[in-house]
Structures are given as structure tokens and as C-alpha cells.
Write a protein of this length. Sequence first.
Lengths: 326, 292
Amino acid sequence: MKAQPITVFACLIFLLLSFSVWHIGAGAVYIAPAEIISALQSVNSEHHFIINNFRLPRLLISGLVGAALAISGLLIQGVIRNPLASPDVLGVTSGASLAVIILAVFWPHAPISYIPAAALIGGFSATALLLFLARHLLQRPAAFALVGIALAATFGAAIDYLLVVNPLEINTAMLWLTGSVWGRNWQHLPLIAPWLAVLLPIAMLLAYRLDLLALGDDTASSLGTNVKKLRLLSILVAISLASAAVSVCGSIGFVGLISPHLVRSLLGQRHLLLIPATAITGAILVISADLFARILMPPIELPAGILTAFIGAPYFIFLLCRYKNW
Amino acid sequence: MFKRLIACAFALLSFNLIAATHVHDEMGEFSIDQTPKRIIVLEFSFVDALASLGVSPVGVADDGDATRVIPAISDKIEAWTSVGSRSTPNLEIIASLKPDMIIADMERHATIYEDLKKIAPTLILKSRGESYKDNLSAVAKIGTVLDQEEKMQQLIAGHNERMDAFAKRINSDKTFLFAVSSTRGLYMHSPKAYAGGVMERLGLSSAIAEETEKAYISSTLERLVKANPDYLLVGEYGDETVVDDFKKNPLWNLISSVKNNTYVETNPKLWSLNRGMIAAEIMAKELQSIVK
């Protein structure tokens, strides 16, 4: 028995709003919910500066990054048809990280604003390399994913090498890559928002054909779907979203893996519903992770990337145990 | 007398005309209109500089642990509010303390420079990985910005005199090495690192003088044996660190300083975290007592 979609969406939106209000109010400086509205409206309010400069941009960026990673995971799981697939597995994240570290090591005086660009280029280069190496494997999703895993491992080894050889130079880059929303502000919003604005509708357009793909490659093609093209397009959308997310926040693991599973267990297999629901779930995950990253041990800030697993994993295990036949 | 009058007049004039202090920092030109009163510092070396002038910062990025500032420095200033870790200082707390100046580290805080500037004028200097000379030039800039240029120059001159005196008394032709040991590994500090720079200032030769590229060098026991310092100082972060494993290895006993019983365990907070004139003089004192 699946829940009514409307109930699921109502719950998800309620959760998203509650966490957003909590995110804005809580932190090293506490702001009561009643004051949030007045602080947003009036520039003279005591808390306006903190909300407008730190919490609001962080909230939006966390939400958008979470949504992008979650959709990316959903698409990749959909086309690879493997429940363990996620953007990290295909080497996008490690490719992006490697590019940032190369920038920091070989061009230490590069402006800070180059870091997101480097991450984006790294993510796309990794994808291009994967698509080139595995160009004959597009019809064999498992083999395709394995090439991705091997690439990710290679990038990981290169990252470790550079880290060991240059412990000091990569400091700024490292901070970027721990998957933190710390220090992000309005300037970083344009790095993620346009990607989602363009790619989310494309994903929705693909939704119906992704449903067909779930029936198997043969059924899908006999129903008139160009399976190879669909797979390529979905992977490109997924990887662009993941690269954009990594370019803003570094690698926030687990969101792309578990959000689609959580939503599938609630809504079934229809991508038209799954895509928006997964996006909201991913947003909730990263927003709550950033919230707890700030309030667990103030004034120390933890990277949100550590907490996504802490929050998501127990719920994930609970679900896996409950839905034995899935 | 005449000279002083002119200097006085000039100072007054310049104050009235420009009414702003300018220094060249790591991001370009830094200027501030009035003498800052509420200062937040995001690295320990800046605490040393402020304490030398007797100025108390309102906030310090002390990694949530005030004892990371050595007592010789913290005794000179009033209690401060922790603004979180040095790598990710808490911007909300920094803003809520309403500072009129922030001193940040180029290495760690360049990413949040724009955010910090929105809160208060931000002076960004070298701290992490700085050399002894970098530190003195940063200290001089802090003096200028606080409108205490002359006093700071006097303090630096006094520091130089005392360091010269230490150098004369220590006067050793042996080789020296300071290393930091944690559970993650042992890092030798080259002459480019602060502790190495202090040793160089005292006329001591480094056991790894050939390392001119990097400040901190990750090191195995074998590398340490090859460096073979006559005097080895190790600062341990934690009770059980890598150096304790080294000691169980027969190679350990091949190091000159172990043979001669000149291996010393010292305070890493002093030797690595709290870079500055106050710390440097205590380090010199320790070296003097070790050598004698």
C-alpha cells in the first residue's frame, strides 16, 4: 500500500517549511520565530544582518544543493537500474574535487572565485571521460557503473597523493570539499539556481520515458523509446546537477543515494511524482544537516556533509528493514 | 626638540587631513577611519601582537578552547568570546559581537573575506605557515592600524635586542629541529616555519636546512634519523602520538639527540600555535635552558 501522493507532498512540504524556519531561527545567535518575519521586513532590525547575510543564503543554497543531488541520484538510479547508484559512484564528485585540488596546488594564488568553476570543469571532464571510456557500455548499465567506480577510485588516489605531498597548500580547497555550507552567501546562489531552473523541467519531461525504462530495455524500446538516447540524456542531466551542487558546496554524500529510496518507498515508481518529491526530500536532508552542523556544538561549525549521513542513515536502515520485499 | 615639534605637527596634520590609517595587506590596500576598539582576531599570532600592545580582543577564533592561547599571552589580556574554529569561524557570532575591526589570516580566511568585510573593516595578513620575518612585518602592520606604530616599533626593537642577547648566550654550532607529533603523523618544521625561523634568528643551524620549499614536512622515522638533529624538540598533540611508536623502534636510538639525551618534549601550543614575539622569546628561553 502506497500513501496518497497528496498526503505525501503535504507532509514533505510541511517538513521543509518547519526545518526552514528552524534553520533561520536557531544557531549561535537565537532568533525567535516571531522575530524572523519582522527581521526580514525591516533593515533596522537587530537580526536583519545575520538573517539576510548568513542564514537565508545558506538555507537557500542548502535546499537547492540537496534538491540537485537528490534528483541526480534519482535519475542515475533510474537509468542504471541499480539501487546503489548515485552521483558519487560515477566519479563526478571525485573528479570535481581533484580539479579543485589541482587548482590549489599548481596555481595557489588563483582567486577564490575560481574554485567553483574548477569544480564544475572537473565534474564535466570526469563525465566526458566516463562517457568516452564506457561509450560501448551504455546498454549495460552495471558495467557502465563499474567503469565509473574505477574512475572514481583513480581520482581518489590522485587526490590522496596531492594531499600527502602538499599538506599546506590545499587548505582552502579542502575546506571547500568537506561538503560544508559554511561561508556561502548570495554570490554563490547563481552557481546553482540556474542549473536547477533549466534541468529540473528537462528531468520532468523525461519522467514518462523513465517510467517505461523501468519496465526493461526491450519493453521500453518496443513502446517507442530510444533507450540509448534517453540513457545518455538522463546521465547528462544527472551529472550536470551533481557537478553544479559539488561546485557550490563540495561533496555532500549520501543525499543522492537515499533521497530517491525514501521517496520510492512512499510513492512507488512514477517519475512524474518522484522527481519533485525527491527534490524536496533532498532539500530537507541538507537543510537539516546544515542546521545541526551549526547548533550541535556552537561556536564550532561542523561540515554539513558529515551530518547528512548521520541523519539519513538511521532512517534509511529503518526503511530497508521494514520494506523487506522491496 | 625642533624635530619633535615638526613630527608632532605632521602627525596632527596628517590625522586631520587624511583621518584614516592605510597599510598594505594581503588583499591590497587596507584603510580604517578611527582607531579600532572592538577587535576580533581569527588566528593566534594576532593575539600575541595585540597582547604585546596590551590590547584585548573581544573575540578570538580559538577552536572553542581558550587554553590554546598560552598563559604568558592570555594573562596580558581580558577574557574574550570564542568565535569558533580557526578554519571555519562562526560568522554569526563575529557579527553579533559588533566588532570595528577584524584581523584574518590570508591562508584560512580568504574565502570569507567578502563576508567579513560586510561585518567590519578586515585586515588580512599572513599567519598560517608564516615565517618568523612574515610575523614581524604583520605585527608592525597591526601596530600601525591600532595607531600605535611608534610603540610597536619600540616593542619590536626591544624584542630584537632580547633575541640578540639570547643568541649570544646560546651560541651553539649544533643542529636543531622542532617537530609536531599527533596521531596523524610527525611534521618537521623547516626554517620556513615559525619555530625554524626563531632558531635561525638565534643563529642555530637547522637539521633540515636543505628544506627551503615547505614549512611543514611530513616525516617518517627514517627521515628523522636521516635529519639526525643534535637537539630534537617534539610537541605532542595528545597523550599517545606517532612519536611514541617511533620510540619503540630500534632506529630511534640512532638519532644523535636521543643518544646524547638532548631529546625534549615541549609544548606544541607554544612552539607551533602561538606565533609571535612573546612566544618567540619564551621559545628562546627554553632553547637556552636546553643547551646549557
